[in-house]
Design a protein. Structure first.
Length: 235
């Protein structure tokens, strides 16, 4: 059994007032136009579930699109996110620190990594695993902290293992954003995370992680927190 535990990433939590938005400039084409109806349908594996919110379902879609065609995702939805995020960050005095810099190593390395991604298997949502993610997100809010271990000391493996024992698993945490697109794009960018652990987990194939549970919840300090739990289950 291969266990993957990924370090959490703080995504400008003290500065972002919420969602970074996902609306493209009116001067640019809609990213949806670059994807076929069949591709969007294939990515929407959470479309019919009733235990996820609209933004949580969007997280599933965007992670799946990034895995289906990384280069196209980078050129479409990721660019839409960068434009909207940078526009919103202009209100802050440390704009140069919180903006997405198209010239820095994180941006350039993401472009290189996504160019290698094509036809990766999509993720499928799971209600039991989503309950695990929701429970942890609520624990983070209730006790006003950030970390993979629960306040009572349970690890990722223990929390996920209670539902799916002896399976490869992992977890991503993001703070400060409420929209599905913002959370996925910031985790893929992984700015400030030296080992790019979140990016590697979302784009992972070696551990055959195919099932996800996720939750976006309020957070007392960071406004919002998003938890994504991953597990490898028999197909």
């Amino acid at each position: 059994m291969k266990i993957i535990t990924i370090a959490l990433c703080f995504l400008f939590p003290l500065l972002s007032p919420g969602s970074s938005g996902s609306s493209a400039s009116s001067k640019k084409s809609d990213p949806d136009d670059s994807w076929t109806r069949e591709e969007l349908k294939m990515a929407n594996t959470a479309g019919n579930v009733d235990y996820l919110t609209a933004e949580e379902k969007d997280m599933v879609i965007y992670m799946n699109l990034a895995r289906m065609d990384g280069a196209k995702f980078f050129d479409t939805y990721f660019q839409e996110f960068v434009d909207a995020h940078n526009l919103q960050m202009q209100q802050y005095g440390n704009y140069n620190e919180v903006k997405v810099n198209r010239n820095d190593n994180y941006y350039r390395s993401l472009r290189r990594d996504l160019e290698k991604v094509k036809d990766f298997p999509v993720f499928w949502p799971d209600e039991a695993l989503s309950n695990v993610a929701k429970s942890h997100a609520k624990d983070l809010n209730r006790n006003n902290f950030a970390g993979h271990n629960s306040k009572d000391g349970r690890t990722v493996q223990q929390r996920i293992g209670k539902v799916y024992p002896n399976k490869s698993n992992g977890e991503c945490l993001a703070f400060g954003f409420t929209s599905g697109l913002s959370n996925v794009c910031m985790l893929l960018l992984d700015k400030g995370v030296a080992d790019l652990g979140h990016r590697k987990l979302i784009l992972n194939t070696s551990s055959k992680l195919n099932t996800i549970g996720l939750s976006i919840q309020p957070h007392r300090r960071y406004r919002y927190c998003a938890v994504i739990d991953f597990v490898s289950l028999p197909e």
